[in-house]
Design a protein. Sequence first.
Length: 320
Amino acid sequence: MSTTNQSNTNHLPFLLTGIPDLEALHRWISIPFCFTYIMSLLGNGMVLLTVALDKTLHEPMYYFISMLAVIDLIFSTAVVPKMLAVFWLDAREIGFEACFIQMFFIHTFTAVESGVLLAMSFDRYVAICNPLRYSSILTTSRTIQIGLLSLARGAGVMIPLMCLLTSLPYCRTRAIPHSYCEHMAVVALACADPAVSDLYSIIVATLLVGTDSVFITFSYAMILRSVVRLPSQEARLKALRTCGSHVSIILLFYIGGLLSMYLQMFPFGSAPHVQVLVADLYLTVPPMLNPLIYGLKMKQIQEGMLKLLGRLSVPQADKD
């Protein structure tokens, strides 16, 4: 195929299948995904509003939680609206550029979230293991810098991958057997050898996830050692409750991501719709659950949300 023909082909749109073999059930399947999206918008929006308006929450730990809320909103909005359009309207077509933009946002903010989770573990390590220096080590400006560094790292490693993927000729069927532009599903449509992009993505994923998870594990091991040594049982329980919410989010993020990735790489005999549903749930369920985890396990967030709801109800009460 000539270079001109390859270029012309690469500007043709892709077609999203949705959930393979379950097309007849798309409308029913859309209900839980629509529910999780609405709850994600409400929950993460409430977290952001609470932290913004409650000055007692203007601390690094809550800034990091706000960053996670923003990431969750981006995840959900990058995936779910188009997914629902496929389920409800059979609007399966997605432009070539739009497909890779969606992929870029998904994978970039996956890397960003991993960096923020690492920062949260460092935040708790300093707060529990070196509390006297906490305010001098983790200032507001440094917290913002850490967030921007996580964003730059995520975008920096994904831009070369997007360049590699968009340069491949896609001359096979344009149908993606997925609900969104999932990396491996799209690469499978290329009619050239994607070995370079595959090698790059494997190396990057291994280095990012491996390095972050090792440092996160080390941080919480040191935290656990310090918590056990605390003289007060109340202080131990408070520290464990705070760290428990973080560990829950970390496990949800990493276990879900690894399960989704390995099912795509090694199906283990699972049906295609199972692989797609697991990948869809990984991108839609954690953004809904994360705010619930904050609310259930972090008393300060609970109190902040109650204050906010109280403020919102006062004008209505005055009118009555």
